[in-house]
Design a protein around this ligand. Sequence first.
Ligand code: SAM
Length: 270
Amino acid sequence: MGEQPHLGEVQETLLIPLYGRARDARRRASVLQDARAAELVDAIDYDFTRFRGPSLGGSVLRAAIFDEYVRDFLREHPDGTVVDLGCGLSTRFDRLDNGRVRWFDLDVADTMALRRTFFQETDRYTMITGSLFDPSWHAEVTDGARAVFLLSEAVLLYFPDTEVRAVLREIAEAFPGTGLALDTGGRLMMRSQDRNPVFKQLPARMRWICDDPSTLEGLGLRLRETRTLATPQPGVAHGWPARYRYGLRLLRWTPPVTTYKLNLFTTSDG
Ligand SMILES: C[S@@+](CC[C@H](N)C(=O)[O-])C[C@H]1O[C@@H](n2cnc3c(N)ncnc32)[C@H](O)[C@@H]1O
């Protein structure tokens, strides 16, 4: 008998990208080669086969684009601090550990309880139980000496616009001159959720509509890069299987692809 997940509505959505990465790991031409995700799926007592459709592959490509944002940061700051806000069962630290980075994964209590059954802390890897909306984590991840990079992947989408904008303003003030990667979804993407096969299986719905990530610049953020799944960093796409490279080339002007953006910001210097 595997580990039974006891997760709230939004928290349960973490099982979608986990299954996406596990399926990807089992393919001959894998994007992330995330064997740990496949082990976790085997170890969790849950019917993952209910998840179908393009969101599974999409979450793998999204992870690859976020990975590259973090890699870029670590190339410049190999001793930097990375904070993943709403990490779920992400294995990004395992994928990107350069032997020097200080890494914090943060998530809410039920998700962290599940995560702690599979992951152990080390002197460079810490799990924080808490909400990204509660600023107590700010002091925990700051030591004054290391450059910091923040990311939040497929998390803010589930919260109302006013809450998201307030927390981004707060983060920009607390972490001046810091890189911040986050994804945004436009109106068309939000309106099509009920037709998305993975969301037909779950009660959670995404709520934050952001058609244009540059509108977040008023919150103390500067938009440095914005990508879609069809416009990843060139070096990243190079390794992707042909079905993604050619498939996305055909779909790159269609709303499901154009309205979902993977963004890299820098917070103002203060
Ligand atoms: C779709 S999952 C994404 C997980 C992970 N980032 C990934 O891409 O695999 C959404 C995540 O948001 C987390 N979450 C929900 N509310 C949160 C909050 N207030 N603060 C931090 N994380 C939260 C959930 O527990 C879940 O892990």
